[in-house]
Design a protein around this ligand. Structure first.
Ligand SMILES: [Zn+2]
Length: 194
């Protein structure tokens, strides 16, 4: 889970996201299901995806899979689930570019301790380390107990060590390259590029 910097919210969301959130809250109360709004004949999620995708250079915000393409289609992940936080369904800071695998792991679950890759104080090495031999993302044992709890919650929530195509790629990469160069954040990203 590589850190990224969030860009400013797209202009078309400003002044609308709150009303859309309240509308969804109301529809949910009546037992309705979630549908993205349309703006100028285009679904809001389709309109948001390019900007969200650009922020992470096309990598899944959570497992770092790249490129996010079928069978793991690009999706928009609501960090705080839209079922439980309906008013945040269109709130820009709550929306993340995400692969289908991560989203299917997490579904509508929410974990207060989970980490956000765009948080100011987030750094991969602060919370995690990578096992060279297996490609597994592990909790940084030198982190504070609180940081370790957050790291564990994030790994569990998004299933970061599950049997995932990106993860198999990581293992291949590790076998071939880990002996030759030290592992840093960029190398970690390269697992899934390689
Ligand atoms: Zn993912």
């Amino acid at each position: 889970m590589r850190k990224f910097r969030r860009e400013a919210a797209p202009e078309f969301l400003a002044g609308r996201w709150e009303a859309w959130g309240r509308e969804w809250e109301e529809r949910q109360r009546k037992g309705g299901s979630f549908h993205w709004h349309q703006v100028d004949g285009e679904m809001v999620n389709q309109r948001l995806l390019p900007g969200l995708r650009a922020q992470t250079q096309d990598h899944c915000s959570f497992c770092d899979a790249f490129p996010v393409s079928p069978p793991s289609d690009p999706t928009i992940e609501h960090f705080r689930p839209k079922s439980r936080f309906p008013r945040e369904a269109y709130h820009w800071p709550n929306l993340y570019f995400c692969c289908r695998f991560c989203q299917q792991q997490k579904r509508e679950r929410y974990e207060e301790d989970a980490l956000r890759p765009d948080a100011d104080d987030y750094e991969f090495e602060r919370y995690f380390r990578c096992d060279f031999t297996t490609g597994m993302i592990l909790v940084n044992e030198r982190a504070s107990p609180e940081d370790q709890r957050q790291a564990r919650a994030t790994i569990d929530l998004y299933g970061l060590n599950r049997d995932h195509p990106a993860w198999r790629k990581q293992q291949r990469y590790l076998r071939d390259r880990a002996r030759d160069r030290p592992l840093d954040d960029f190398a970690y990203r390269d697992f899934v590029d390689g």
